[in-house]
Design a protein around this ligand. Structure first.
Ligand code: SF4
Length: 506
């Protein structure tokens, strides 16, 4: 992924950039293609623009196929039967429209690298903010690059380091030392081994599973545990931040090395929005974390003390993003949970629609209030986040036009005030409604200003402390988009640089 992709973004929800999946089988007469398909399709929510696989039959060559499109389109039965091997990795990617390289094959993963010395294929979820620095140094040393992506920088770095050693764990350990970024990566070697790596701060999830039958043993590595479930395997555990796991078709899974860090920065948005509710990340059920987020919102809600309000109050989720939190809120508040907004499931690409007018039209096509449900009610509308605010404003207007007495917005994530430089596709700070209002009106008044802009009757966000408690992770979360404090050194520098460029422009 390239860092500046986010600048061209025009969606109203942050977007995860990618998903990775890998599988190895000790039976070389068995094709893992159908498992790659199942794993990737269960991870489709993490990336919908392109998909790809690399497969290998032990003793043979790596073959890679990748195309733009959904998993079901790219990996049809005919294609899967052509890509036959007992070891394979796969990737789903979300690319930002408007970027000049959107159509290029070079940007679709897995990235299959081959020169006279080494061959491997890898796929990753994340971003390497210091990749240009590494690239400059490598160009000075004579390396030639054909793209301007962190993906190629990782590949060239691996290739350079492999000139000194053939020991893969050692190569990957050294590679990781140069990468100051957020990443979960799967790599397939030409020997048929798979390595899974999670960055030392553990921004992105990664987990492993196994499936043992009388005739064969299969091992899996995946961005989320829902993919392990989808192939009928047993979830074993999360890959630890800084851990490199080795999946070999000859041996069991084993951890090769640990790149120690004294802190972690697991992305809080995985729990709020990105991950599938049926996934478990670092021991925490995503669905249960979202329920607790709703409960926390209700516990702090002074509106619920008003008996006149309660008489006609209903809890309505924004589908699908607000559903679990709305269930938690309704349970805690002892109010009815009602599906008051109908979603057209066949209109799902709002976020890639260029232009404000088209996005507006798309929201109307996508969501319709159920008049008989919301008419004459105080609606407590639950969503996970407000990014630009345009979609929330439209939803409120639709519900009011359907006869609601009031629309009271409750958001399970605290205000998003800063951009993400760690691989999540966010608008710039100026385009974030909370970011721009915070800057203009200050900490005391900015939430009230947002309420006025979106035309809600009341508005309340989760607090950072309650979010932390609701997730209940033992290790530290990344909360940089909520606080503006970045956990990576290279990102701190980039953030400061961007702010000073903007200040000078003004
Ligand atoms: S800045 Fe926000 S979205 Fe980005 S990694 Fe951190 S918590 Fe996740």
């Amino acid at each position: 992924m390239r860092l500046n992709h986010r600048i061209t973004s025009n969606m109203d929800k942050p977007r995860e950039n990618c998903a990775v999946f890998g599988v190895t089988c000790d039976d070389i007469g068995f094709s893992v293609a159908k498992y790659l398909y199942k794993g990737l399709i269960s991870l489709q929510h993490r990336g919908q623009e392109s998909t790809g696989i690399s497969v290998l039959k032990t003793g043979g060559k790596i073959y890679t196929y990748k195309q733009k499109g959904l998993v079901s389109k790219v990996l049809n039965n005919k294609r899967l039967s052509q890509y036959w091997g007992n070891v394979g990795i796969g990737h789903n990617r979300y690319a930002t429209t408007g970027s000049e390289d959107y159509n290029s094959q070079d940007y679709i993963q897995p990235y299959h690298f081959k020169n006279n010395e080494i061959e491997f294929s890898f796929a990753f979820n994340g971003t390497i903010p210091n990749y240009e620095e590494i690239k400059d140094k490598m160009e000075d040393m004579g390396r030639v690059f054909v793209t301007n992506t962190d993906t190629e920088v990782i590949a060239q770095l691996i290739a350079s380091i492999s000139l000194g050693t053939e020991n893969w764990p050692e190569i990957l350990k050294l590679t990781s030392r140069f990468l100051d970024g957020s990443y979960s990566l799967v790599l397939l070697t030409s020997n048929g081994d798979i390595y899974g790596i999670r960055d030392p701060l553990g921004f992105k999830p990664l987990c492993i599973g196994e499936k043992k039958t009388e005739t064969r043993n299969l091992y899996f590595v995946a961005s989320e545990s829902c993919a392990i479930d989808s192939v009928g395997a047993t979830f074993l555990r999360d890959v630890e931040p800084g851990e490199i796991v080795h999946l070999s078709h000859q041996k069991d899974i084993h951890s090769e090395l640990v790149l120690k860090s004294d802190k972690t920065a697991v992305c809080q948005f995985e729990f709020v929005y990105f991950a599938r509710p049926d996934s478990i990340i670092d021991g925490v059920s995503v669905a249960e974390a979202r329920l607790r987020m709703g409960q926390k919102l209700a516990q702090r809600d002074s509106l619920l003390d008003n008996p006149h309000f309660r008489e006609n109050a209903i809890v309505v989720p924004v589908p699908d993003s607000g559903r679990s939190a709305a269930v938690g809120y309704a349970k805690e508040a002892s109010l009815p949970y009602v599906e008051g907004l109908m979603k057209n499931r066949y209109v799902w690409r709002t976020f890639i629609m260029p232009g404000q007018q088209k996005r507006k039209a798309a929201v109307k096509e996508k969501l319709n209030p159920i008049k008989s449900v919301v008419d004459g009610k105080h609606v407590i509308l639950i969503d996970d986040s407000i990014v630009r605010g345009t979609t929330t404003k439209q939803i409120i207007s639709l519900i009011k036009n359907a006869g609601a007495i009031s629309v009271n917005v409750r958001i399970s994530c605290p205000p998003v005030i800063s951009a993400c430089y760690m691989g999540i596709d966010f608008p710039t700070r100026e385009e974030l409604i909370a970011g721009s209002c915070f800057k203009e009106y200050g900490e005391e008044d900015y939430v009230e200003k947002i309420r006025q802009i979106i035309e809600a009757d009341t508005l309340a966000y989760q607090t950072v402390e309650d979010l932390k408690d609701a997730i209940g992770l033992k290790s530290e979360l990344c909360k940089a988009c909520l606080t503006g404090k970045y956990p990576l050194k290279s990102v701190e520098k980039i953030s400061e640089l961007e702010q000073s460029i903007k200040a000078n422009r003004c």
